[in-house]
Write a protein that binds this ligand. Sequence first.
Ligand SMILES: CC(=O)N[C@@H]1[C@@H](O)[C@H](O)[C@@H](COP(=O)(O)O)O[C@@H]1O
Length: 314
Amino acid sequence: MPIPDSSRACSADFVDRHIHGIAGVDFATSSVADIRSGLEYLYSRRTTRVTASIPTVDITQLSASLERLGPLVAAGLLKGVHLEGPFIARDYAGAHPIQAVLSPASSQGSSYLDEVLAHQRTHAVVTMMTLAPELEGFDALVETLVAHGIAPALGHTGATYDQMAHAINVIHALTEAPVVITHAYNAMRGFHHRDPGPMLAVLEAAANDRAIVELIADGRHVHLGLIRWWFAHHPEAIRLVSDASAATVPPGGHPIGDSLPRLGHAQLAYPELQGPVVTDDSTLASGTKDLLAIHDNLVAAGVDHAAVCPAMRD
Ligand SMILES: CC(=O)N[C@@H]1[C@@H](O)[C@H](O)[C@@H](COP(=O)(O)O)O[C@@H]1O
């Protein structure tokens, strides 16, 4: 498919820091050859720097995924690996399998962390890990991750306003860098005037350069009015991500290979109307567009092209 002129006007190619796969390829479970094909396809659509996101998977699958992805990071084909789980809230797991979600304070949780750290000591490929702030053992987990070069991100959470504010402070004190909020609004407790929830703490942090918000601006995950609000008020805090999966097929594209699309352990369905969903319960599972399609979508919706391009860079 020809690349639209407006995206060519972005001086740099796109950086996708949250993407699980593309067009039939699942970064957690596909073969290295298929992952390479998926990356080539993304490069052809100007997403040339990719952090592979691994959803909540069991410890055996985690090891297999890291073994496969490590050499791709070493070869410079991937920027790194983002572990989205297993330390997330069961009530906000979204498309992640609840049976694989763990508490950091449990013995299984501690074995899982040991496995991540063992890999990290030999091949430091994990760059970010998404955590829910309200889980028991959160503060200690954050310290351990930071000590091993893994940036804690916050998401898949039922945190209160206070819990989120505390978590951002704890991480910021250790990293002195803005804290990444994993696909803000999605798979998170919502807003109520007596219980404002995590996003008020995120808004306050963004206003003080202490938070970066991932936004899935595919027209389905977050209302365009909210996306416009962020561009109008805190454009520098926005990180546009695709959250694409194997079930995400860009316009004019075709699935690579003929296996059914997966998100780690979950079987997905290619979208007919709504977007990628988990086959057995219609939970929205991932983004419906890659960054090029998101770019064109936002520009067509009136968001300033000059603001969209930097939100897709580092
Ligand atoms: C890989 C991943 O986790 N993707 C999440 C999904 O889990 C969640 O179900 C969906 C909708 O969330 P919402 O219903 O809270 O808006 O957002 C994202 O697609």
